[in-house]
Design a protein around this ligand. Sequence first.
Ligand code: SAM
Ligand code: SF4
Ligand code: SF4
Length: 357
Amino acid sequence: MPHPDLDSSEIEGHAPLEASSGAPVLVDRLGRPLHDLRISVTDRCNFRCRYCMPKEVFGADFAFLPRAEIMTFEEIARIARLFASRGVRKLRLTGGEPTLRAQLPALVEMLDAIPGMDIAMTTNGTLLKTMAEPLARAGLDRVTVSLDSLDDAVFRSMNDMDFPVAMVLEGIDAAEAAGLPVKVNAVVRRGVNDHTLLDLARHFRGTPHIVRFIEFMDVGSTNGWQMDEVVPAADLVRQIDAEFPLEPIEASYEGEVARRYRYRDGAGEIGVITSVTQPFCGTCTRARLSAEGSIYTCLFAAEAGADFRAAMRSGATDEDLLALIDATWTAREDRYSEQRSASTAGLRRVEMSYIGG
Ligand code: SAM
Ligand code: SF4
Ligand code: SF4
């Protein structure tokens, strides 16, 4: 169940501190605390979104991780418990497509046993119709559903598997019926779906669901990213504001990735995630665990960090694993988005489908 997040305003300097919960607060080399852990539960997906898993690369003969290399639920829960003892209060399940992982509610139940933990999931929504209820019952607290367009032809082409919009909308309805707060993520790609975004805003205005528009990012090295395909979030906000007047509002907590705007007529709010045009590395408090058990301290990491699966399978104690967490986080100095430039363009980067965004 959710718990008030650690108050980052208490954190100064780089020395280990004690949070109100009694857990030590780890800070990295840039003074950023560790608050969130994103857990990729599978590297597989039933979509082939061109900006993430293009078919030319993730085709029929692509070698996904064999079962034995994927972390078991017991291993994931053990790592999550250890991260919790280092101040993590928020877990996000992701993938690939997390709902493809068999028995996912059983994992959620294990994670929900960690006191004070907020458990979220990012999903393409295709399996929520049947899974929302069991996941909510198991202790899932909230869900983010990715939906890039309400235009069926545009959406089918973006997911490149001919999945219709209607199926995702049914998933969103099922999540709402199961009592899960829903956010909707839309990646914006110039010339692909940017002409359909006002419809998305219009559709979810007046509902409790918050749409968040995400600037197309240069994650991985297979999606053919070009700067001229990024629609700056400021342009998007102007476009929506012209139709439905908006005003900026405060972040709901320190380190929130989305900038928030509310409709002046009281019909709800939207968010924009400005990773390219206005990076937010300074408040990035997230670690990422890949499906095979490596820790990444940045979405744009070139190399995997500590290999928790190998450590656990060779008999590491909890103390050994805590030392790995401490060493990884205190050495962290990633701030890729702030450094993005011509010189970073050719660098090798982990694929988004591997660590889940
Ligand atoms: N399969 C799930 C889904 O699509 O929601 C979870 C994993 S997906 C990698 C997590 C989020 O990353 C999705 O909202 C997706 O739209 C976003 N994403 C993937 N590739 C991206 C890119 N190149 N730029 C921006 N966002 C991206
Ligand atoms: Fe799959 Fe999500 Fe990547 Fe699309 S964004 S290919 S749904 S992992
Ligand atoms: Fe965090 Fe890396 Fe993204 Fe910066 S580029 S916000 S450090 S994940």
